[in-house]
Design a protein around this ligand. Structure first.
Ligand SMILES: Cc1cc2nc3c(=O)[nH]c(=O)nc-3n(C[C@H](O)[C@H](O)[C@H](O)COP(=O)(O)O)c2cc1C
Length: 197
């Protein structure tokens, strides 16, 4: 039987973890990007759809290409981070389901229904984006998720050859610089946003 993970792990992943606006110079290796993927891919998605398509911008050229599509303030964060990641989503994820979900003919559930696929791609790639954040934290890294960017601009700059893939959100990745943090915003107690029925 599983037991709760220890308090220091909970601090690292949740209580002490923050959204970073800047990073130290400590580099992030390609191996670490693979390690993040190897954890995040294990998180659940509907029918194992795995619709997220990630582009890890590590070169100055790719970071600049992304930064030019970002809102003021977000652009410099993208430029200066060790890695900036685009969490894209594939509205044709169903093409992969014969392989990814062999228990059933799940591809047929989505064929001919683009709206349903878009809704599912958004839901499940957002979950995968959350798994990305948690996996990075579990490996000792920090992230800075952002939605302040020109979605059409990012799509044409990065997904021009695959128009069925579009950007969901972006994130910086690295070892966070605590000097870049804003004060922590409130996190309400259970009673405010929860009920037990
Ligand atoms: C999907 C998403 C989009 C966000 N977009 C932006 C953004 O465009 N610019 C920005 O500076 N912060 C952005 N944030 C950062 C949030 O404001 C931050 O994660 C939140 O206030 C919690 O901060 P904390 O983790 O330090 O407590 C975004 C976060 C998420 C999850």
């Amino acid at each position: 039987m599983n037991v709760p993970i220890d308090d220091s792990a909970l601090d690292q992943i949740f209580r002490e973890a923050r959204t970073y606006n800047g990073y130290t110079d400590q580099p992030v290796s390609e191996q670490q990007l693979h390690a993040i993927w190897d954890l995040m891919k294990m998180g659940p998605t509907s029918a194992n759809q795995l619709p997220a398509r990630l582009i890890w911008c590590v070169s100055d050229e790719a970071k600049e290409r992304l930064a030019t599509q970002c809102a003021d303030g977000n652009d410099d964060k993208v430029r200066s981070a060790p890695v900036s990641v685009i969490i894209g989503m594939d509205e044709n994820f169903h093409e992969q389901l014969p392989d990814l979900f062999p228990h059933a003919d799940a591809k047929s559930w989505f064929e001919g229904d683009l709206e349903k696929r878009k809704e599912s791609a958004m839901r499940n790639s957002s979950l995968q984006g959350a798994y990305f954040i948690i996996a990075a934290r579990a490996l000792g890294l920090d992230t800075g998720p952002m939605s302040g960017f020109d979605a059409d601009g990012v799509d044409s700059a990065f997904f021009g050859d695959t128009p069925h893939v579009t950007a969901n959100f972006i994130s910086t990745l690295g070892y966070g610089d605590r000097d870049s943090l804003f004060d922590r915003s409130p996190r309400p107690a259970f009673e405010r946003f929860n009920s037990i029925a």
